[in-house]
Design a protein around this ligand. Structure first.
Ligand SMILES: Nc1ncnc2c1ncn2[C@@H]1O[C@H](COP(=O)(O)OP(=O)(O)OP(=O)(O)O)[C@@H](O)[C@H]1O
Ligand SMILES: [Mg+2]
Length: 254
């Protein structure tokens, strides 16, 4: 099957620094693709260039066979390329339900040809409930976002991305700062998402990465140094060397 998303020799420079250097990737549909690498490897830059937040310096981003390298962010979102929003984009004073409803309304308002207030609202409310149930936040649907545990706030970010009907969802360190239980829950959610869409996951928690990834790409100094299944990556000497001295990566340097 053709990949849903590819990068071809994608590069991004900041002054003299090559944050991304000739990165070519093929992302398959309905798979979890993790992007790992030491701090400063270029992982976030890759997500930013794929989603259009940053311009590529060279190379291409191909989505469903179409060159989207120069498309603006909102057009990529409309096509189904959604990343998690930063936590700051949650409306902290509103409930979970209200947050998701606003995101859903914004999405449908832009794409539904006929959006009558009466039918529209019913649909928006139903969709909102469905999305909240999907991510497991039903119990806290009517609590304000500010009162949620950190882990639930991060899950709410995922819900906001889901409101855009993504075909590819890109998650930048979704488990950061989570407790072990929260980490387990979001891991299960991410794995389940891949039944319906392609997942691109940037994550430092090696247990999460090793347990839920179909394929792992390792970035180091802006370039791809390895790609393969979790068991292949954990045995890869070049990968171990790249992480040497970095405590965070201890699980790999065994
Ligand atoms: N806006 C920017 N301006 C200048 N340099 C940048 C910018 N964004 C990233 N860089 C540099 O590009 C390189 C890659 O950074 P990036 O944030 O993509 O790494 P990362 O793999 O996400 O790291 P981390 O694991 O710490 O999140 C780093 O050397 C970083 O300092
Ligand atoms: Mg980063």
């Amino acid at each position: 099957m053709a990949p849903i998303l590819s990068t071809r020799e994608l590069s991004r420079h900041f002054g003299g620094v090559a944050a991304l250097n000739l990165v070519s990737l093929d992302i398959e549909d309905k798979q979890v693709r993790s992007i790992i690498g030491p701090n400063g490897a270029g992982k976030t830059t890759l997500i930013n260039v794929i989603t259009g937040r940053l311009e590529a310096s060279a190379g291409q981003v191909i989505y469903q066979g179409q060159d989207i390298t120069h498309k603006p962010v909102h057009e990529r979102v409309r096509l189904g390329l959604c990343r998690t929003f930063q936590i700051t984009s949650i409306f902290m004073g509103l409930t979970v339900f209200e947050n998701v409803r606003i995101a859903r309304q914004a999405h449908l308002g832009g794409s539904l040809k006929v959006f009558t207030p009466r039918h529209g609202l019913k649909r928006v409310n139903e969709d909102t409930e469905r999305i909240i149930e999907r991510v497991g936040l039903s119990d806290v649907a009517y609590q304000t976002a500010s009162s949620l545990a950190h882990g639930d706030q991060r899950v709410l970010e995922v819900a906001l991305a889901l409101a855009g009907d993504p075909k590819v969802i890109l998650l930048d360190e979704p488990a950061a700062g989570m407790s072990p239980t929260e980490t387990e829950e979001i891991s299960r959610l991410i794995r389940d998402l891949a039944d319906e869409m392609a997942v691109v996951l940037v994550e430092h928690d090696m247990e999460v990465v090793m347990s839920i990834s179909d394929t792992i790409t390792v970035l180091h100094q802006g370039g791809v140094i390895a790609e393969g299944k979790p068991e292949e990556i954990s045995q890869n000497q070049e990968v171990k060397d790249a992480y040497l001295g970095s405590e965070k990566w201890a699980p790999l340097v065994m």
